[in-house]
Design a protein around this ligand. Sequence first.
Ligand code: PMP
Length: 359
Amino acid sequence: MPLPPLETLFRREVLAMSAYHVADASNYIKLDAMENPYTWPADIQQAWLEHLKSCPLNRYPDPEAKALADAVRRSNAIPDASAILLGNGSDEIIQILLMALPSTAAVLAPEPGFVMYKQIALSLGLRYRGVPLAAESFDLDLPAVLAAIEAEKPAAIFLAYPNNPTGNLFDPAAIEAILAAAPGVVVVDEAYAPFADASFIEQLPQHDNLLVMRTVSKLGLAGLRLGFLAGPPALLEQLNKVRLPYNINCLTQATAGFALEHPQFLLDQTRLIREQRSVVMQALQAIDSVKAYPSAANFILFRTLTKPADAVFASLKQHGVLIKNLSPQGGLLENCLRATIGKPEENQAFLQALKAALA
Ligand code: PMP
């Protein structure tokens, strides 16, 4: 039998989408994906390898990852009254949540924002509504968000706090107002929590519709794929039905559990990244031909003022430095580039290459 036309096999939205693109970073100084640039100290690595020997690879992992879930609760100070759900990265958490929504539901998120909210919503055939952030401050445009809530009655709203790709923390009072107005759930996505001094975790018991999502990716464990959602038990009980059994594999359970028992080296690395964020920010602020935006994350968004960002991005690559070019997204991100904070020598290489590109 010949295959029928793709239009009859797949949803229109899927055919219209592009796959999530990850740039080939081989041989570049890699400052494009908000990863922690540091590897593990040798003694910790040795102890971890020993620990992995206790992983029975012939058996399915604990389907609920109970030991890891307890460790995650403790290390993130999740209130006792809240439940948690673990995912294969927070990407999977977004998917689990959206899979549980009715097919007619709408999903709302500020833009520019993390692209997977839209990507996953559309791939599941849900309606998606992006609401532009205020120009230049990149803060929430609260009247616009409230009007969109009124019009769309979204079942889920995503607010990244700090926001990717802009790096800022939205006004918490605006988030409170959105929580009060939302007819559905509000996910405060704290992927960059290790680099920010603000969080909604403590507010969890005060709201029936608040979910806080976090990941270990930016902390330094992006290769593991582990995220979690915390919130009201009644909500997470439903989401847990949609989660695939064994979604957290045994190597991830063992490794993340081990890392959370040895938090100091990751905290030290996070401190170094935060210090370097100030160094890079000051250097960018001293360059007249770019405008750098404040960041509470492990990256800095900046706009090129005298040369097209596309040309600056290409020149950086020629100098062996890969950052992220957001300019193709247009709108508020025209001529914007995003640089992840790396090791001191990587950041210096980036800054030098940037000055050369702008000259
Ligand atoms: N939320 C935000 C705001 C992000 O920027 C990212 C990754 N770039 C994620 C979630 C996804 O994280 P994970 O690696 O846990 O899937």
